[in-house]
Design a protein around this ligand. Structure first.
Ligand code: PEP
Ligand code: MG
Length: 294
């Protein structure tokens, strides 16, 4: 079922401007998206700059940007940027209540505690101003390997998890996601990535928290079968991938997907996993889905 927006990257409205957008400007932007999809949920991620996403008016020079000042780290060092964004989101959500707030690049629980403290401060301030707002559901992106091993502690603090498959793959395999030289090593179907995802799903479900997957992997029909077979609750992808993935998913029962995962578990490298999933799609008469455009 297609429902809402699985990942709205707020960097985009920040990147197309030549200065930080003000709170009211942001409120209008977020309101448009929330309104367009209401009552379906819209997962809005707080600013995830740094790494490969730069703002011309907020230059960050680093030797190693993907391991540096990124995402929540910048937000917590600049609470004024984070607070104005969260206030804009909470106000945009007024009367709609379909906002779900997502925190990027979390590597330890203290970052969640600090971020939740700021969200609470924004919420209390707006309530005191008489705004008609609610405290939104808050989730964490699992994209740094340390987060994989902290799900139980994180689940005590937040409502849902979203696995960022691009960054999780990059950090688990130590492969720069944008470096063509090592592109062949970047493989979201690497057994280590699959095991990490499965562990996240198991721990999150034990704590009764849903898990979604975003990033390129979720839009790949072969990977989507494995993700659903591992118990992932939802996939977030571009409109361009939606039809292909839907087609694939509809042709397989849940049982078939679980069996595919069981078979994949015996394989020792990503290429073999991909070959297995592609063969399953071929067998279902859907080979065209993974042959075309690849
Ligand atoms: C990811 O890391 O998979 C993700 C969805 O976030 P981004 O690609 O914006 O870093
Ligand atoms: Mg990411």
């Amino acid at each position: 079922m297609v429902e809402g927006v699985g990942l709205y990257r707020t960097e985009v409205p920040f990147m197309i401007r030549d200065r930080f957008p003000g709170e009211d400007e942001q409120r209008r932007t977020y309101r448009q998206v929330l309104e367009a999809f209401a009552p379906a949920p819209v997962v809005v991620r707080t600013l995830d700059i740094g790494g490969d996403k730069a703002l011309s008016y907020f230059p960050v020079q680093e030797e190693n940007p993907f391991l540096g000042w990124r995402g929540i780290r910048i937000a917590l060092d600049h609470p004024e940027i984070f607070l104005s964004q969260v206030r804009a989101m909470l106000r945009a959500n007024s009367g709609l209540n379909n906002l779900q707030l997502l925190l990027p690049m979390i590597s330890n629980v203290t970052e969640i505690d600090s971020a939740l403290g700021l969200i609470k401060r924004a919420y209390d301030g707006l309530l005191a101003d008489g705004e008609d707002i609610i405290f939104p559901r808050v989730g964490v992106m699992v994209e740094v390997p340390s987060a994989v091993y902290q799900i139980t502690a994180m689940a005590r603090r937040v409502d849902f998890f979203s696995i960022g498959s691009n960054d999780l793959t990059q950090y688990l395999l130590a492969v720069d996601r944008n470096n063509a030289q090592v592109a062949e090593l970047f493989d979201a179907l690497h057994p280590a990535v699959l095991r990490a995802i499965r562990q996240v799903v198991e721990q999150a479900h034990q704590a009764d928290r849903p898990v979604s997957v975003c990033g390129e992997m979720a839009g790949d029909p072969a990977a989507a079968l494995l993700l659903l077979g591992m118990g992932v609750d939802s996939l977030s992808m571009s409109a361009a991938s939606l039809l292909r993935v839907k087609w694939a998913i509809r042709s397989f029962t849940r049982k078939k997907m679980v069996e595919l995962v069981d078979e994949a578990w015996l394989l020792e490298d990503g290429a073999a996993v991909r070959a297995l999933a592609h063969a399953a799609l071929e067998e279902a008469g859907l080979g065209g889905l993974v042959r075309a455009g690849r």
